[in-house]
Design a protein around this ligand. Structure first.
Ligand SMILES: Cc1cc2nc3c(=O)[nH]c(=O)nc-3n(C[C@H](O)[C@H](O)[C@H](O)COP(=O)(O)O)c2cc1C
Ligand SMILES: O=C(O)C(=O)c1ccccc1
Length: 354
């Protein structure tokens, strides 16, 4: 595998159009999807030379676990649409990459089985559970306990989805149901009844305070884009946030996450780690994101492409490619330690001296 973009083309050629469109698509006219990609292209790295070897490593501590590289798997639904091994293949690959998998609430595999598969490969690999807080608090609590018992070490609460985004490709294709035999086995309640994922437009910060009282697991809020919401997240004792526009799948017209990052890092003041997702396709994108103040990045679609093309090995290839590209970019920039990865690496036209 040469690059993630090449892999994307292979995956799109292989998938039935209805699933390809679901995975690649976004809301509205997909402005935000394009912005996520374009914004990385608009940032320039400014290298130094003759500074000796990179003598550091990329070990990254996040709430509930340590990663070898600051690159993790974002929660994405329905891995069995990409490959029959589904989330188990993803989990094994992510564990072998010494990374972290965030299990989607809409996974086609039980979180318990995903955790088991990951921990068989690598007992220290962290797994987080993504949650949409459900209107029924009893059921939400059941989902939290399910994640705790499965061995998850973090709860990722997605907060950018009071309603479902309007995805024109899926409407056009009539993508409403999963194929026969596939479901969301984590959505079975304490009475054995299958539930649908409900979006809950009435959620507010008090629901986060409520959740905080229900569990001792770290809480990570996913889908934060405003500096004032960073401050509120910290006030509500969450342990990390994922700066995300949901890969352009919810609010079309939202800015690219990388453009917002400087203001968000300024608001966070290093009090909690910021994880950024949206349009990360190269090691240079990871380096730019770290330089602008993130602790780590998450990748969504590329994991799906790896899974589609080559199952577990395909996902491993995606992670390894990003990790190696990050190391190469770091060395080409003349960084000797992690501390050298800071805003001075970013060139802007208005700068005349470093
Ligand atoms: C097919 C697909 C399914 C997704 N499912 C979920 C989900 O279940 N929960 C969630 O919080 N985010 C979900 N996301 C959003 C991702 O977690 C992530 O924010 C986004 O994919 C990052 O952008 P990227 O795909 O450009 O890396 C999904 C994204 C995709 C592409
Ligand atoms: O497709 C998505 O982006 C997503 O977040 C989702 C939410 C619920 C069920 C399936 C997918």
């Amino acid at each position: 595998m040469i690059s993630l973009n090449e892999l994307e083309n292979m995956a799109l050629a292989r998938l039935p159009k209805i699933f390809a469109d679901y995975f690649i698509g976004g809301a509205g006219t997909e402005t935000t999807i394009r912005e996520n990609l374009r914004s990385f292209e608009d940032i320039r790295l400014w290298p130094r030379v003759l500074r000796g070897s990179f003598q550091d490593n990329f070990n990254t501590q996040l709430p509930g676990g340590t990663l070898e590289f600051p690159i993790l798997a974002a929660p994405t639904a329905f891995h069995k649409l990409a490959h029959h091994d589904g989330e188990l293949a993803t989990a094994r690959a992510i564990a072998q990459s010494n990374s972290l998998m965030i299990v989607s609430m809409a996974a086609n595999t039980r979180t318990e089985d995903i955790c088991k598969a990951a921990k068989e490969v690598n007992p220290h690999t962290p797994v987080w559970q993504q949650l949409y807080l459900q209107p029924d608090r009893q059921f939400t609590l059941h989902l939290v306990h399910q994640a705790e018992q499965a061995g998850c070490s973090g709860l990722v609460v997605t907060v950018d989805s009071p309603v479902f985004g309007i995805r024109e490709r899926d409407l056009r294709n009539g993508f409403n149901d999963l194929p026969k035999g596939l479901g969301c086995p984590n959505m079975i309640d304490e009475h054995g009844m299958t539930r649908e994922i409900e979006f809950n437009e009435s959620l507010d910060w008090q629901d986060i305070s409520w959740l905080r009282r229900q569990t001792s697991l770290p809480i990570i809020l996913k889908g934060i884009l405003h500096p004032k919401d960073i401050v509120l997240a910290i006030e509500h004792e969450v342990q990390a946030v994922i700066v995300s526009n949901h890969g352009g799948r919810q609010l079309d017209g939202a800015p690219a996450t990388i453009e917002l990052l400087p203001a968000l890092a300024d608001a966070a003041q290093n009090r909690i780690p910021l994880i950024v997702d949206g349009g990360i396709r190269h090691g240079t994108d990871v380096l730019k994101t770290l330089a602008l103040g993130a602790s780590a990045v998450a990748v969504g679609r590329p994991v799906i492409w790896g899974l589609t093309v080559n199952g577990e090995q395909g996902v491993k290839d995606v992670m390894q490619t990003l990790q190696q590209e990050l190391l190469t970019a770091t060395k080409l920039c003349g960084c000797r330690t992690r501390k050298d990865i800071n805003q001075h690496l970013i060139y802007s036209n208005s700068q005349t001296k470093g």
